[in-house]
Structures are given as C-alpha cells and as structure tokens.
Design a binder for this molecule. Sequence first.
Ligand code: FE2
Length: 293
Amino acid sequence: MCLRTDAIHFISGGDCGVNAHTVANNIQAARQDPMFAVVGGDLGYDNGRSVEISLAFLRNYSKHMIGRDGRLIPMVACIGNHEVDGGYNKPRAKAPFFYALFDGLFPNTGFATLDFGDYLSLVMLDTNHTSPIDGVQAAWLEKTLKARADHPNVFVVNHVPAYPSVRPLAGPYGKVGTGEGNRKHWVPLFQKYRVPVVLEHHDHTFKRTKPLLDGLAHDDGVLYLGDGSWGRLRTPNKPEKLTYLAASSRDYHLSLHRIQGQERFHLALDEFGKVMDACRTGQRKTGIVRARE
Ligand SMILES: [Fe+2]
C-alpha cells in the first residue's frame, strides 16, 4: 500500500524496437533501479503480424531490465500504431501480441487506469488504434479524471502526441493533423482536472513543452513530455519554430520520474546515462480549473 509521502520512481519512454539503441537504453533504465517502466506504445514494432519481433522485444527487455535485487522490472504499456496490423481504427484482433501480453490491464478496451492507492494514478489511453479517441473513451476519461481530482499524482500516458515535436499539427488538404483528436477531446479534460503531466510518444525525439493551456504557456498548464525515442529517432522542430516547446533534441532517451509527496521531478537521460534535461511539476491545486473558452 502506498502512503501519500512515499517516494516512487519509475522510467518512461516509447518507440523501442529491438536495435542496439533499445538495448543501450534498457541498460541505462535498469541502472536507475526503477520500481517499474512505462512504455508508451510501439514496443517491438511487430505491427500485429510478427510474433518473432514481439518475442525479440521481450527477450531484450527481460535480459537487461533487471533491478539491483535481481527482480525483473515490471512493465506497464499502452498501445501504439506499431502494435496493430493497419495501425489505426482496427479491432483488438489486429493487435494479437499486445493483447496477449497486456489484456490483464486492458481486458475489453485499449484504455485503462492503474491506481497506486489514492497516491498515484496512471491513466493509459489509446490514440485511435483499437479504441476511438472520442465517444466512449472520452466519456470514460472525464469520469476517471473527475474521480481522481484529489489524488496528488496523476500521469496520463498516450502514444500519438497532442503537441507533436515533428509531425504537423494541421493536416494538408483537409486531412486530420497529428494529435487533433487528442486536442479536441482530451486536452480540455486534462486542463479541467489539472493533470500535471502527459507522457507522449510516436515522434521519436526528446521534447518538453511549456506548461500549456490551449497550446499557450500558462503557470497552471499541463506539461507534455515525449516524444518516444527509446530506440527510434527523428529530428524535432526547435522551440524557436514551435512556440509550445520549451526544449527538444534529436537524442535517444528515457525519462526518469521521481514522485515525492506532492512534487514530481522529471529527468531525461540519454542512451549513455547522461542527464539531458530536468524539470519539476508541483502540487496539483485542489479543485478543477476552468480552461479558456
Ligand atoms: Fe507510433
């Protein structure tokens, strides 16, 4: 049982694959001796079709993700497009290896909450892979965040970012932009219920946004950390170009989160274990915030 003063530390990242960088980050992650690791989608890149790749990912993980006392570091995962044959808007049967492993947490849907008493809640979402962003999932998210409004620590984890560091916010020729569904259906709820941190992935960079309300910097805003470069890499936009970013870089990395009482510290570690970035998110103010309308 967690008490409200216990320190908890865990690793997060996403977009892993089975290459040498994935292994290097596994080794650095294990060195931190985290209580658990959160993988925010795109684990092995099995694409719902290759059990060999799914198994290779697990073999790598179980070989290197060993804590100081010899225990296997528990993995908590949410679904990404590369777990699914077809990527988006597919039935669960198209993500056979993900659901074979994680149906304990996700028995019926691609979204779920993992509660550590009333101290820490991980809210794991499905960015249109096997569950639509809107409708049932958005209604569930509101109910879930409302019920946890007085929990000191709530982390949201999703694969496709609301505030991407590489892909465009707006789609060309009327196509849907990256994170458009998140921004329409989820971000107002993150803001209303004062979610301090959202862990995002999929764009394969290191990114830290400013605390944001409706895409603009605000002291009461939500911090978005990403963007999934455990074993995949792209070149991000710079903060000078994308004003919602506070920092970005082209580095393989993982995040180390330390929760102490009602304060959260977030370090970004590169694949050699060097600290690239550090920030803090403070106490959640009680009650809900009225986002700009
Ligand atoms: Fe992805």
